[in-house]
Design a binder for this molecule. Structure first.
Ligand SMILES: [Mg+2]
Length: 195
């Protein structure tokens, strides 16, 4: 009696997983971002007038602009609500902004319906448990390097960079490389044609 095995060598298995991830990255049309702990380092400051302040990373900003310039959609989905997020979104030309969201998965589902997109066409970047359902549901679920353990375990990608320190930029580069447009984006800067 012969025994058959379907065991796949570890190296082949990881290659297949990588191919699948590349395929998922290529399918992404909308980049959805949590704010606190993703676009910021998670720290929140109030001034003497009680106005909330946050610090954003400039390289994340350029990443978002490059993604948009390549034809991608960008959306912000955050549980908190603050004027500074609306200001930053406006500066970056991000038109999809959902603040004070209780159920992020429901909010993302509504956005996808509005834009006629499927879950497989969305990437979501989060750092904590309120992002878990979105990270699990989207085609590319992403946890920043310093996300909570459960989110990192559920994610397709864990960035090498921490939230608020360029994690979104890292993902955008990965997306644009997978979609074959990163080199041309860099070339525009080499030739001084970037705007
Ligand atoms: Mg967060």
């Amino acid at each position: 009696m012969t025994s058959s095995t379907t065991a796949v060598p570890d190296d082949l298995s990881s290659t297949t997983q990588l191919d699948q991830l590349e395929e998922r990255l290529r399918a992404v049309r909308i980049l959805l971002l949590d704010v606190d702990g993703v676009l910021t380092d998670g720290m929140v400051t109030w001034d003497n007038n009680g106005i909330e302040q946050k610090s954003f990373h400039i390289r994340d900003g350029l990443g978002i602009k490059l993604w948009a310039k390549s034809g991608g959609l960008v959306g912000i989905v955050t549980g908190r609500s603050s004027h500074v997020v609306a200001v930053r979104a406006g500066e970056l030309g991000v038109g999809i902004v959902r603040q004070g969201v209780g159920d992020k998965r429901a909010a993302v589902e509504a956005i996808l319906q509005e834009y006629g997109l499927g879950w497989h066409e969305a990437a979501f970047v989060g750092d904590d448990l309120p992002d878990l359902a979105c990270v699990m549901s989207c085609g590319v679920g992403v946890a920043v390097a310093d996300a909570c353990d459960d989110l990192r375990e559920a994610a397709d990608i864990v960035t090498n960079t921490r939230g608020g320190r360029g994690a979104v930029r890292e993902l955008v580069e990965q997306l644009l490389r997978a979609q074959g447009v990163w080199e041309s984006a860099v070339r525009r800067f080499q030739t001084g044609q970037a705007s």
